[in-house]
Design a protein. Structure first.
Lengths: 192, 192, 192, 192
DNA sequence: CATGAATGAGAATTCATTCAT
DNA sequence: GATGAATGAATTCTCATTCAT
């Protein structure tokens, strides 16, 4: 790779970017990010050609981290419900552990800086999860996989918001959210 | 008595802000907003003391618009399910009709510019809707009104995303989303 | 005169200008001055064509006020020392009573806004005082009237500074300052 | 180690500020000052965080320069009159050589931009001179050191004004001013 | 005349990016 | 590669002045 030598600096810059963007939004300045990473303003541009590229890299890094979490200890042999619960719980816990990363990711997803290419790479990484959801979707609701995916995501987001507000009830809320999600899937396509 | 303050200009600035922020995010410049509203750069600051105040006003204006839509033709005499469906459908259709307003509102809600005071004013405006949701929450799931509110909101957001992608299926998707939501509420607090 | 009708407004604007400039220097804005005078931003420009003219008018008004004070109860029949003490005391007391006017006058005199014409008009107003000083100068130090004038002024300014710091000792300081001034004049032009 | 911070540029900015403020008062713009110093608008803010800090730095730089002049060739072994004459002459000549610096210093001293801290730092620098004046004050007029200080300063200012108007008579005026000052000190506290 | 909204040319300051060291 | 001073276009906001009401 043409990547510069010091992998640690690359990571430090992304990590500092998370911290700065969490606090100041996408207005976070490159020099603040550089300072937070312990490098000079100029060095940041050795690792990332410009700020937009940095933001896209950060977006992919965060998405990738979530994917890695989901892949870990994945119950490949379990029932579909077990798989779904694994994904659900993993995501909620990741977000609980890293609320600032989630906040940054939300801002990046809404921003006009993320390129179509980055969106597609992120999509590709989701493949494994997508397969589980496809299985779910197929077994339940016609072929509306994309819709199911979005519903699970948004219910998960809501669950996370509440876990963050009431950490003590984490397990209770995770369960309750998952039950709502599971129940939601019980509809039949033609039911009124 | 000089030129009286021009309500139309106030509205034009907010409207231009929606357009600019939709395209360029919160980086949208005040001078672009002013130009889009057909006023000079300085005039914007006659109507809003500074950019942050403009953003907060915009936030409240959008929230207020949604509330007005919901209040219109509200089935005060209907069953709880009828009321909930009215709210659901109204919101989804508003967002379908004004995707750029929704996008701007999402960005504002994530941004660090909205003051606590504005959040509280918005909350207060939601009172009517909140009451419906409270009724729902009480009749179903213990007292978890806040959680129910968030779930309905997030499911609605997801529904909107899909309506925007497939406008032809609008009614089908609205129904499907609402059924998922309704079904989700069927869980009992102690169910495993 | 082409002057607009309301003499009271003219005065109110000058009075407000004194207050504003005392607090914020020559950066004081015309709209702040107008508001302080109880008139609208536009009305100020009915009475003064522009800000520079306002500042020059203010300069002349303050100089004129001092002249009026000096002329009042002037001991035309007294000895030269009596006349000088009258002038000295009158000026010091005016400044003690109106420290903000003195502060504004100092700023105006240093500023680059006062026209040569205004300076000359002020000079002309001083004629009476100038005559006393000329008499002083002639009786003592050759013809160095201008220098004497400056010396008396600067000693007076210093005296004022101290009266303002220690109002209780006003009379003592006024006397002490005057004695220093009088003593200073005792030099002979060729003395070493 | 990148470009080291350029002391010459720092000085050039202060020097340009003197020139601009002399001509246009404290309204002198930062960009005019930057241009005059041969640096870009942004560079000025590398050396001074904001305009007010620049003005305070300039104030201290000018005061410091005067102090350095006074300290140079100070007749530490001379009589009190010799010391006083050294101070007097040094100051008058400095002002004659740098009338624009004196004009700027006068404006800064009257302005509302100079912080209390800067005033105190300037005061501290004056210590040596203050000691001479204290000696003067004590030997003559009770303990009125502060008053004596002010008198000498104001007489010096007057002297400078006249030297600037008639450079040919410089020495004559310096002597005459000093004799007036010296004579002024001859008063006894209780003399009428 | 009085008003104050409208104007737009600046003003101070920021910041992504470059480049000499 | 690393540094951080230098840059200057861009940005928010100000304010003397005008003019429609």
């Amino acid at each position: 790779m043409a990547k510069p030598i010091d992998e640690a600096k690359h990571a430090a810059i992304l990590s500092s970017a998370i911290h700065c963007i969490n606090l100041h939004g996408l207005h976070a300045t490159t020099s603040a990010i550089a300072k937070g990473a312990g490098v000079s303003a100029g060095t940041l541009f050795v690792y990332f050609p410009d700020k937009v590229t940095l933001l896209n890299s950060l977006y992919l890094a965060l998405k990738s981290e979530i994917m890695t979490s989901l892949a870990h200890a994945f119950p490949a042999e379990g029932t579909i419900k077990v798989k779904a619960f694994h994904a659900w719980k993993t995501y909620v816990i990741w977000a609980r552990q890293h609320p600032e990363r989630r906040h940054v990711l939300q801002q990046l997803m809404l921003s006009c800086f993320i390129t179509e290419e980055a969106h597609q790479k992120a999509q590709a990484m989701l493949k494994e999860v997508h397969d589980v959801l496809a299985e779910l979707g197929n077994s339940r609701n016609g072929n509306n996989v994309a819709f199911i995916t979005s519903v699970i995501t948004s219910l998960a987001e809501t669950t996370i918001d509440f876990v963050l507000k009431a950490p003590a009830d984490e397990n209770k809320i995770i369960d309750m959210g998952f039950r709502m999600f599971w129940q939601a899937l019980e509809i039949s396509p033609d039911q009124q």
